[in-house]
Design a protein around this ligand. Structure first.
Ligand SMILES: [Zn+2]
Length: 129
C-alpha cells in the first residue's frame, strides 16, 4: 500500500506519518498547528486511506471554520468513501478531470495516461495476447 508523504489541504501541506500507537482507540490524529497527520500503522489499506480522508476533513474543518465537529467529519468520511465505492468509474473520471491526467482503459484495467509510452506498449501487448 502506498500512502502519501504529504497531503495538501487548502493552503497548507501536512506531513503524513504512520504511528505504531495512538491515544485511546483512534485510527488517526491531526495536529493542525504542526501540519502533521498520523495514521495507525496496523490498519489495513482501506482503513488507512479512509483515516487520511477523515483527518483531511478535520483539517478542512479547522482551516475554513466549518464547525463540522467529530460527528460531521465521521458522516462525511463514511458517505464520501461509500460514494467512491459505489461509483468507481465516476471516481476515476473525477480524479482524471481534477488532475488533468487522462485515463487509459485497457480491457478491465484503467491506468493513468501519464505512463505515456508504457500505456501504449501495454495496449499493444494486450492486443496481441
Ligand atoms: Zn475525528
Amino acid at each position: 500500500m502506498t500512502l502519501p508523504k504529504t497531503l495538501k489541504v487548502g493552503p497548507f501541506e501536512f506531513e503524513v506519518s504512520l504511528e505504531a500507537k495512538m491515544d485511546e482507540d483512534s485510527y488517526g490524529h491531526l495536529e493542525y498547528e504542526k501540519r502533521k497527520l498520523s495514521v495507525l500503522e496496523r490498519l489495513g489499506n482501506f482503513d488507512q486511506h479512509s483515516t487520511i480522508l477523515h483527518e483531511a476533513l478535520h483539517a478542512i474543518d479547522d482551516c475554513y471554520g466549518l464547525e463540522l465537529g467529530e460527528r460531521g467529519v465521521q458522516c462525511l468520511e463514511t458517505t464520501l468513501t461509500q460514494l467512491i465505492k459505489d461509483n468507481p468509474e465516476w471516481a476515476r473520471e473525477l480524479v482524471s478531470a481534477c488532475t488533468g491526467e487522462p485515463l487509459v482503459t485497457i480491457g478491465p484495467i484503467v491506468i493513468q495516461d501519464t505512463l505515456g509510452d508504457t500505456a501504449e506498449g501495454l495496449r499493444d501487448y494486450l492486443k496481441n495476447v
